[in-house]
Design a protein around this ligand. Sequence first.
Ligand SMILES: Nc1nc2c(ncn2[C@@H]2O[C@H](COP(=O)(O)OP(=O)(O)OP(=O)(O)O)[C@@H](O)[C@H]2O)c(=O)[nH]1
Ligand SMILES: [Mg+2]
Length: 302
Amino acid sequence: MRVGYVSFIGRPNAGKSTLLNAIIGAKVAIVSDKPQTTRNRILAVKNYPEGQVVFVDTPGIHRPLHRLNVRMVDAAVETLREVDVIVLLFDASSKPGKGDEFVSTLLKNLATPVVLALNKIDLVAKRTLLPLMERVQKWHDFAAIVPVSAASGDGVDRLERVLLERLPEGEPMYPDDYLTDQTERSLVAETVREKVLEHTHAELPFSTAVVVDEFDESEREKIVRLYCTIYVEHDSQKPIVIGRGGEMIKRIGTEARQDLEKMLESKVFLDLRVKVNPDWRNDDRALDDIGVPRTARKPRRR
Ligand SMILES: Nc1nc2c(ncn2[C@@H]2O[C@H](COP(=O)(O)OP(=O)(O)OP(=O)(O)O)[C@@H](O)[C@H]2O)c(=O)[nH]1
Ligand SMILES: [Mg+2]
């Protein structure tokens, strides 16, 4: 049996969470077209006839300007030393830039094999792939380069084969019905946040956090009652999330509830409120409450 940890790393928006969901065949990580969507490490397990792979999705690596982002980037960087194979995801429809070079410097001095996944090949002409491969090959001595489309599933099987082959032999670490380390509570908060990300623009997606205040499953067979707070940073952002006549918050609530009813296999009552928590992105206590874990690096004084 091949068994081990495989982490997805890369720039924000490369498609790491989309790839995780595609491989697992379930929505374990939220996805959005805004960068910095994933704020936590997300672990999900897949069993194969020939082994078990523990996939680790990580926040996109970027220049952190808030304590939140320091935690996010550290969470991603810390996984590099803890896994058996690293998948570096690159958005093949974007131009390689300084950020990508920075990410590849993190791979230096690691003995861990790194597989480069060129993602979003559905968006690019085939003839551009070869020159792109030649260019990105210089970043690192990759164990393999695999073009994929996480969105269409193209090439994903092949990537999984390549990863399995590079894992050590061993016995499965998780029971075969284990899916993810994400609690229902965090999946609820993330689902609500996904809808906020989908419907808001500019700074709002970055300054939003969602907390589940109450998860009432006392009548689980009949209905799950969820009470959540959407935090924003400024008074001026509150009316945007609420919308004219409450239109926006209603839409966010309806879409989140529909997803949650499928996920929890139950009828859902979802209560959303919006509160202002100024500068929560730099507030260690607020970050602990939101569930973005502390990392080894000490926060810098600002
Ligand atoms: N066309 C296309 N779009 C994709 C593909 N993979 C991901 N996307 C889109 O790219 C955007 C970012 O996807 P995510 O999976 O959230 O990216 P991520 O790397 O997890 O981003 P962060 O969590 O911010 O680091 C979303 O709009 C996805 O729908 C792909 O293969 N093709
Ligand atoms: Mg993500």
